[in-house]
Design a protein around this ligand. Structure first.
Ligand code: FES
Ligand code: FES
Length: 156
């Protein structure tokens, strides 16, 4: 076990855990941030996507001791955020009724926001490339793409 100070969703949290613990389990088991989901555990499904600074990462496959000073943002951080891009994405998801069972959706939204932050006017190919690592068993891909385009139209 070791002690860490992690920047998460705008706050500093003290964590006492094994340095090799994947961030996903720090979020879920130590901080009760259960909006980030476990799917495959091997960086293949995207259910566990969070932001590390401004990049989307698979939290199941990044260890606690790799975080350092970087800030982690989870879906809970965005649900409280008043930043324009995050509000627009949330509204687009609701407008197009994207979620079905919902299990994959926090990861989908985190990847979509990461994409729009670096590219507010993505092409279809850009969207496909950015979202290809996020699997949806319910097959909501068409609605996800439509929602991203709706959000992008309001950003440009
Ligand atoms: S649980 Fe992390 S990518 Fe599937
Ligand atoms: S909405 Fe059910 S897995 Fe994506």
């Amino acid at each position: 076990m070791a002690k860490f100070k992690l920047k998460i969703n705008g706050a500093v949290k003290n964590i006492d855990a094994d340095p090799d613990t994947p961030i996903l389990w720090v979020l879920r088991d130590h901080l009760d941030l259960v909006g980030t989901k476990y799917g495959c555990g091997i960086a293949q499904c995207g259910a566990c996507t969070v932001h590390l600074d401004n990049s989307a990462i698979r939290s199941c496959s990044v260890a606690l001791n790799a975080i350092g000073d970087q800030e982690i943002t989870t879906i809970e951080g965005f649900s409280k955020s008043s930043e324009k891009i995050e509000k627009i994405v949330k509204e687009a998801w609701l407008t197009h009724d994207v979620a079905q069972c919902g299990y994959c959706q926090s990861g989908q939204i985190m990847s979509a926001i990461a994409l729009l932050k670096i590219n507010p006017n993505p092409s279809d190919k850009d969207i496909d490339r950015a979202m290809m690592g996020n699997i949806c068993r319910c097959g909501t891909y068409t609605r996800i793409k439509t929602a991203i385009k709706t959000a992008a139209a309001q950003l440009t």
